[in-house]
Design a protein around this ligand. Structure first.
Ligand SMILES: O=C(O)CCC(=O)C(=O)O
Ligand SMILES: [Fe+2]
Length: 271
């Protein structure tokens, strides 16, 4: 590619999706600096591991989110706690057990979220730690199961909505989605994103009583990323995003968020 050509250079500089063979600091920095919106690392986990982990996850079994019907998960998302004391207590009481449940489901392979936590800790000078909140360790590594034909409706992810007035949420500069794709349909199941960032108040108004915004209420997404088995994908979770309906098979992922608070601060992970 002739990068001296101004039109080519512009097109390259504005492509929001970057594909990189390894998880490199410069790519993470590009994501943090808002130069790209999606970073995809193909084959972060190899095929044999994905096949075995898919079996382990299915036999462990999925339950629907408390507040998002038809979306299956193993583990629990802090999003489900909805500022309700009993559910928050349950989230923290089960956090470490759920991390261990995911490890057992993935055995004899390491849980991909554990591998991710090691690699990101090695890449980032300030390291990466498990997020704490109210002095307690959070859960990370939620496995999500999307049935064929069912989308994950459009939403953004904002820690501060669920943990308002906490230093942990207020100090966040960026919140990235981190997904490891274990078993994904050949057709559909793309991660779709919209360019504009709406405020949380605007989002809550648009979704009404639903957990997120139905796709038919929005125009087409501005860009999509088609995951393949074994991919690790980061994206800016503050942009509106959705999972488009997949075809034929359940779409299984292992997921979390990555929080950035400054170049010298540790990164943190949670679900
Ligand atoms: O499964 C995906 O591709 C993205 C799911 C999502 O919304 C998230 O991880 O925040
Ligand atoms: Fe999300």
């Amino acid at each position: 590619m002739n990068i001296a050509h101004p039109r080519t250079a512009t097109a390259f500089a504005t492509n929001p999706v970057r594909v990189s063979s390894t998880l490199a600091l410069e790519d993470l920095v590009a994501l943090i600096r808002n130069e790209i919106q999606v970073l995809r690392i193909p084959r972060f986990i190899d095929d044999n591991a994905c096949k075995q982990i898919s079996k382990g996850l299915k036999s462990t079994g999925y339950n629907d989110y408390l507040n998002a019907p038809k979306v299956g998960r193993i583990g629990m998302s802090y999003f489900e706690t909805a500022k309700t004391k009993e559910i928050i207590d349950h989230y923290f009481a089960t956090a470490i057990d759920n991390i261990n449940r995911l490890r057992s489901a993935c055995a004899p392979y390491p849980c991909p979220m554990d591998t991710f936590r090691c690699v990101i800790d090695e890449v980032w000078n300030g390291g990466c730690t498990l997020q704490t909140l109210y002095g307690k360790k959070m859960f990370v590594g939620l496995s999500r199961c999307m049935k064929p034909g069912i989308p994950l409706k459009a939403h953004h992810d904002m820690f501060a909505r669920h943990a308002p007035d906490t230093p942990e949420a207020n100090s966040l500069i960026s919140q990235f989605g981190v997904n490891i794709y274990i078993d994904v349909p050949a057709k559909g199941g793309e991660l779709g994103m919209w360019n504009h960032e709406i405020s949380d108040a605007e989002f809550l108004e648009q979704r009404g009583d639903d957990y997120a915004i139905p796709l038919d209420q929005l125009g087409p997404c501005d860009y999509t990323t088609k995951p393949e088995n074994g991919d690790l994908i980061f994206f800016n979770a503050r942009k509106l995003h959705a999972v488009l309906p997949g075809e034929g098979i359940d779409r299984l992922t292992i997921s979390g968020f990555l929080g950035y608070r400054g170049d010298k601060e540790p990164l943190t992970v949670w679900s």
